[in-house]
Design a protein around this ligand. Structure first.
Ligand code: AMP
Length: 400
């Protein structure tokens, strides 16, 4: 007999414990998948009743950037696995705890490098030699202007610490002095912690962009079918799978995804993002955890990206990833203020076969927020996208 894997029973002295850092909609699905294997789940986030907390055994409310509290909670809980769900975490503390024997998924270094666009960009472009957009980093407005001159217009400006399009601007080839100044100020306001450092990237005129979900597990590395997606103001709006690609482009994306995930190491699922034009592929960034565009896998695959993550974390085998054909996801957004959102669901869209709706259960909305996702399969990608969009549009969000 081969060596067995030990899993305990949640709530008993034998339990296997997984602690989530960040408890949003992606963490919620990871928690559910862990629960399905009898794993004890502890969910942490900065606000109470965050989505994953609602399906966890225990919860802690504190900012993930609070290093002292983070250490305290991990030392008190002694989890078997610490699973980051967001980027903004006191990752130096994770590095220190890992050195002391705590298991961080996939590795503390991966969490630290990907928290800051500079870490991962320098690893991918300068150490691994992967093709990326042109880029420069800048700390001051003067450096920013020099960076723009070197990279040239059109360009994209982003805070090094940000996600979901926060603080990000695109500057067209004919951008005015005023727009250049505004992009700098916007990047300063959108930065999450860590001050005003920005990356100036040359604009890549791509045909399409993909997320290549890549899972490092006990027996090697597996890839999901490529996921195409559409971003609005730097934030995921719609995704679909499989994105049609040339064999050469797909092979190149897989080669680059393997290189970057091997360099980050550990076990778990990664979302590796690429821009594609013809057979040319540019590495953009990587999340060492499930990716928002990968929510489509909740309907497109036997094992969703969340199930794959949990299987990889626990050391369970992943012999194959069955894909069910053209599938899509479309976000349900809310915009306003509420501490008790209501969803008015038009049943018409959900009467179409092979459709699904997820509502995340976020108890508070302040401004623009992703609150759910419509999912669908279809005979073609066009049909799947139309159905997923109809499901999402069929939900009217009432914020009061
Ligand atoms: P990011 O937060 O870096 O993933 O950027 C969000 C989105 O902005 C990407 O998914 C692209 O749609 C777009 N974008 C970012 N960087 C570039 C670039 N250098 N060239 C063209 N589009 C970009």
């Amino acid at each position: 007999m081969t060596e067995t894997l030990r899993l305990g029973t949640a709530t008993t002295r034998t339990q296997t414990k997984l602690l989530l850092l960040g408890s949003g909609e992606l963490g919620k699905e990871v928690a559910i998948e862990a629960q399905r294997l009898g794993v004890y789940v502890v969910a942490c986030d900065r606000y109470d009743n965050a989505p994953a907390m609602q399906v966890a055994h225990a919860r802690y409310v504190f900012p993930m950037l609070d290093a002292a509290r983070l250490r305290e909670v991990i030392e008190a809980e002694k989890p078997d696995f610490v699973v980051p769900e967001i980027e903004a975490i006191a990752t130096d503390t994770l590095v220190a705890l890992e050195a002391a024997g705590v298991r961080v998924i996939p590795t503390a270094r991966a969490a630290r490098l990907t928290m800051n666009r500079e870490g991962i960009r320098r690893l991918a472009a300068e150490e691994l030699g992967l093709r990326t957009s042109e880029y420069r980093f800048a700390e001051t407005e003067q450096e920013y202007r020099a960076a723009l001159r070197e990279v040239g217009l059109p360009a994209v400006v982003k805070p090094v610490m940000s996600s979901s399009g926060m603080g990000q601007s695109s500057l067209l080839a004919n951008a005015s002095e005023e727009q250049i100044a505004t992009a700098w100020r916007y990047a300063q306001s959108g930065a999450r912690g860590g001050g005003g450092r920005v990356i100036v990237e040359g604009f890549v005129d791509f045909d399409y962009e993909i997320t290549l979900l890549t899972v490092r597990h006990a027996a090697g590395t597996s890839f999901c079918a490529p996921i195409g997606h559409r971003q609005v103001q730097g934030d995921y709006h719609e995704s679909w799978q499989p994105q049609p690609m040339s064999a050469a482009a797909e092979a190149e994306a897989e080669r680059m995804a393997r290189a970057v995930t091997d360099a980050l190491g550990g076990r778990g699922l990664f979302g590796v993002e690429f821009f594609v034009r013809g057979d040319q592929v540019w590495f953009s960034e990587v999340s060492p955890r499930p990716h928002d565009t990968g929510m489509v896998t909740m309907i497109s695959q036997d094992l969703s990206e969340f199930a794959l993550h949990v299987r990889a974390i626990l050391g369970l085998p992943i012999p194959n990833i069955a894909q069910h054909g053209p599938s899509a996801s479309h976000v349900v957004l809310g915009d306003g203020q509420s501490d008790a959102p209501v969803f008015h669901v038009d049943p018409a869209a959900l009467t179409a076969p092979d459709t699904a709706l997820r509502l995340f259960g976020k108890p508070e909305v302040r401004g623009h927020r992703r609150l759910g996702v419509g999912l669908a399969r279809g005979a073609t990608l066009e049909e799947a996208r139309a159905k997923a969009t109809a499901v999402a549009r069929g939900v009217r969000v009432e914020l009061s």
